[in-house]
Design a protein around this ligand. Structure first.
Ligand code: M6R
Length: 612
């Protein structure tokens, strides 16, 4: 959720921190702040608003330009409204210790009560501020910052990725992790710390991932790590797999639009090197050691949240129809609290773009603790879910910055299709049938590019519907999750209320909503249930609903039944969602643009949900 970046080295740190915060702003954007060591003093500047507002404040107030040690934070509020006082960093009573934090301190109330009794004065409503005062207190007996933070954290329950800076020890900063990601960037005579590699890739490609329960002391020349219990940990340094160009907007007005247009390439990247078209086989190195377990599993459970959960719903159609493997899809947030029946005969796939979603991670850990085989379908290389799974498949979509997930969804679906074919072949699907599927899969990137040829039509449709207050999205089979995902996209970035339903469910309730003010989006490919969906279209028409249809290029009847048709190439049913969602992403995008909302940073949302 919140963005964290810290720098220590020879450079002036403020530009490094502000640029890092800009790159992390997608993680949270209601307030921002920095703390630097300036002439031996701790200097904190913070305010409600965006990183650009903070940058103005820093420029206006001047000073600290020569500072070479500092940290910054961009916030997604949990405790306390987004105002100047609640913005991070938070300081202790003496103003010599500053803390930035991502996560939730669950027992902050009891800690705060005790600290107030001991004479500490609080300036904010946040849970985070207790950390600054707690460290102030433990510093008295510990004598050094590293030990003080380590001891203080023993009293803390909840989740954190945090960085602590103090004027008492201006040559280092302390970072610690429990449940919220943190990485240390290793440079030449300089070190960085961040919640996400995007903040630091400009300076170094070498990173160490902190694990839960670890704490690091970071200086310009190096870093050391122990556990909270003071056991030394040797950290491996990894190389980042993406570069700066991938996290720039590249000429597009918004990251979301860039990411929508990247899909032919990202789908291709998900397939690259994995599909053997002639033999109808799939090579998935990550799953080769566990394929027998999956094939003989009692069932496969797909876990995820939001868009990743929708990908799981499509995956269920694929795995059950093609590979004939019993599959269930679960909201990770529900699964983790309902004491599910999971055994060592189950295989769990955690689906996550970020690889850091708190609910998905907790659900995965629960399934593991019950003996299930834990696998991942993840985008961010080296993320916590990727590291905590036994095996898995990266989707290789590249960094996704727009808060509304687009390219990650189609890459998740592509990987789920690959996993399906991989398992179907292992279960005995013929080479001939495998080759037919593989050939079609290989054509998907070009077909996705053909969908994007209609991008301008979506812009003009969006202009006509921008004042609608509600939308209904309907689809059947594997396109029901597409309807859900289309509705989610619209809600997230245009703030128009939208519902997704299986088309046949309309008559069981939602039909009451239909009148001339209700736009209804149908996903209606020419498949075995086309006629059924066509009947639902007629039912909406009869009640004067306005209809936008996503239909195949060769569907000659559809235009007579609906107000607008968006054409997509024909493909096999279970690959359809990969193409059919693209027009719905574009529709949401242009609706948001015409309504003037903030497309990449919609209100109240954050890219990576690392709190419950
Ligand atoms: O990083 P994850 O895929 O685990 O994230 C899951 C959801 O938080 C995410 O898909 C969210 O729903 C997006 N804002 C959807 O656009």
């Amino acid at each position: 959720m919140c963005g964290i970046v810290g720098y220590i080295g020879p450079k002036q740190c403020i530009p490094v921190i502000l640029e890092g915060l800009r790159r992390l702003e997608y993680r949270g954007y209601d307030s921002a702040g920095i703390a630097v060591i300036d002439g031996g003093q701790l200097r904190v500047q913070k305010r409600a608003g965006k990183v650009a507002d903070l940058a103005q404040l820093v420029e206006r107030d001047g000073g600290s330009a020569s500072s070479t040690v500092g940290m910054g934070h961009t916030r997604w509020a949990t405790h306390g409204e987004p105002n100047d006082a609640n913005a991070h960093p938070h300081t202790d009573c003496s103003g010599t210790i500053a803390v930035i934090h991502n996560g939730i301190i669950e027992n902050y109330r009891s800690i705060k009560t005790k600290l107030i009794r001991d004479g500490h004065r609080f300036k904010s409503e946040t849970d985070t501020e207790v950390l600054a005062h707690l460290i102030e207190q433990t510093y008295r007996r510990a004598g050094d910052l590293f030990t003080a933070v380590r001891i203080a954290l023993r009293d803390v329950e909840g989740t954190y990725g945090l960085v602590v800076l103090s004027s008492r020890e201006p040559d280092n900063m302390i970072a610690a992790r429990m449940g919220s990601p943190l990485i240390v960037g290793v440079g030449e005579g300089e070190h960085l710390v961040a919640a996400d590699a995007a903040a630091i890739v400009e300076y170094t490609r070498h990173v160490a991932y902190l694990e839960d329960g670890e704490i690091a002391e970071i200086s310009a020349g190096g870093f050391r790590t122990t556990t909270i219990e003071d056991v030394t940990v040797d950290k491996e340094v990894h190389e980042l797999t993406f570069d700066l160009a991938q996290i720039e907007r590249g000429g597009y007005d918004h990251f979301m639009l860039k990411e929508i247009h990247e899909q032919p390439e990202t789908i291709r990247n998900a397939i690259r090197g994995r599909l053997l078209v002639e033999s109808g086989d799939v090579k998935l190195g990550g799953l080769s050691g566990v394929s027998e377990k999956i094939i003989h599993a009692r069932r496969v459970i797909l876990l995820g949240c939001g868009t990743s959960w929708h990908a799981g719903l499509v995956g269920e159609y694929m795995l059950e129809q093609i590979a004939r493997i019993p599959t269930e899809v679960e909201y990770a947030s529900e699964f983790r609290y309902r004491n599910p029946i999971v055994t060592s005969q189950d295989v769990v796939f955690a689906i996550s773009q970020s690889g850091e979603t708190a609910d998905t991670l907790a659900a995965l850990r629960l399934a593991k603790s019950k003996g299930a085989t834990a696998l991942g379908i993840v985008n961010v290389v080296g993320s916590t879910i990727a590291r905590e799974t036994e095996a898995g498949v990266y989707i290789h979509a590249g960094p996704e910055i727009g808060v509304a997930s687009t390219k990650a969804f189609t890459s998740q679906l592509t990987v789920l299709a690959l996993v399906t074919l991989f398992l179907a072949r292992a279960k005995g699907m013929s080479q001939k049938d495998g080759a037919v599927l593989a050939k079609e899969m290989q054509s998907l990137p070009d077909k996705a590019a053909r969908v994007l040829d209609h991008a301008d039509e979506l812009r003009s449709i969006a202009e006509q519907y921008k004042d609608a207050r509600n939308f209904l999205y309907l689809g059947r089979g594997a396109n029901f999750p597409v309807a859900l995902e289309g509705a989610l996209k619209l809600k997230e970035i245009s703030y128009i209320h939208a519902e997704g339903y299986p088309a046949a469910e309309m008559k069981h309730g939602p039909i009451a909503l239909i009148d001339e003010h209700m736009p209804v989006v149908f996903v209606v490919p020419k498949d075995a249930i086309y006629e059924k969906v066509a009947s639902n279209i007629q039912e909406v028409r009869a009640r004067k609903g306005r209809i936008i249809a996503v239909a195949n290029e060769d569907d000659e009847e559809i235009a007579k039944m609906v107000d607008h048709v968006i054409r997509v190439p024909h493909t096999f049913g279970f690959f359809g969602p990969i193409l059919n969602i693209i027009p719905l992403q574009l529709l949401s995008y242009w609706m948001a643009v015409s309504r003037g909302t903030n497309v990449d940073q919609p209100r109240n949302l954050a890219k990576s949900v690392t709190v419950e």
